[in-house]
Design a protein around this ligand. Structure first.
Ligand SMILES: NC(=O)c1ccc[n+]([C@@H]2O[C@H](COP(=O)([O-])OP(=O)(O)OC[C@H]3O[C@@H](n4cnc5c(N)ncnc54)[C@H](OP(=O)(O)O)[C@@H]3O)[C@@H](O)[C@H]2O)c1
Length: 206
């Protein structure tokens, strides 16, 4: 399978989860993040500044797209005839139908072609988070943490993230914030020192 956006917040998990299922994974990212993507287990890494994966002879059974910089037809070109395309994000859209344009086209086109084109909208649920927890406990998935900031430096943390320099997750330490509210679902939670999250130190990874 191919993961476009393998060095991103979602991609770094996607590569490891796919590997845990035994998939042969090709990750696409920029030059400076190739070592990181290889380090988390990608079998092959493509540098998007040097090579366009939609213009090679290689075909993939599954493409997970987090970037949205390729049209549906370009992505379908890189799929095997019965392959599956999963659109996760990076929807630029157009001025008429906005951010959902490519996803909507995928839904309309999919029934008429041999390939499966599937937009997904993430919804955190206990079962999936439990599965992720088991993968982490089994050492099959490790959250990649770039650096941790205190709450007072959240602005710097967000700037670092927005500038695209983050190499993994950014962690904000919220001291004295108390436990997470009852019934609140959090997509990603980690502790920088490996200890369980306590009521005096809540660490949320974005
Ligand atoms: N569908 C859903 O439920 C859902 C849920 C959450 C997020 N999303 C969306 O999913 C997308 C990805 O989220 P994220 O948190 O993983 O983002 P992110 O951490 O900012 O990662 C962005 C990824 O895109 C890559 N990239 C940037 N420019 C590129 C280019 N020109 N060609 C190829 N790759 C390029 C980056 O590679 P380098 O860093 O190596 O340049 C990086 O791997 C976002 O659009 C987000 O809104 C969707």
């Amino acid at each position: 399978m191919l993961i476009n956006g393998a060095s991103g917040g979602i991609g770094l998990f996607a590569v490891q989860i796919a590997r845990s299922f035994g998939a042969e994974v090709t990750g696409v990212c920029s030059t400076t993040k190739m070592d990181m993507v290889q380090g988390i287990g990608a079998d092959h890494v493509i540098d998007y500044t040097k090579e366009d994966f939609t213009r090679t002879a290689q075909r993939y059974d599954l493409i997970l797209d987090m970037v949205g910089n390729r049209s549906l037809s370009q992505l379908r070109q890189a799929l095997t005839p019965r392959g599956t395309l999963v659109l996760v994000g990076g929807e630029g859209g157009d001025r008429w139908i906005g951010a959902l344009s490519r996803s909507m086209r995928a839904l309309v086109v999919s029934p008429f072609v041999s390939q499966r084109l599937r937009p997904v909208l993430g919804a955190a649920n206990t079962q999936d988070l439990q599965f992720l927890k088991e993968l982490i406990e089994a050492g099959k998935v490790t959250p990649v943490i770039d650096r941790a900031y205190p709450l007072s430096e959240t602005r710097d943390a967000m700037r670092h993230l927005e500038e695209g320099h983050a190499r993994g997750k950014i962690v904000i330490n919220v001291r004295g914030a108390g436990p997470l509210p009852e019934g609140r679902t959090v997509a990603g939670v980690a502790s920088t020192n490996g200890s369980p999250i306590e009521s005096t130190l809540t660490t949320v990874a974005y």
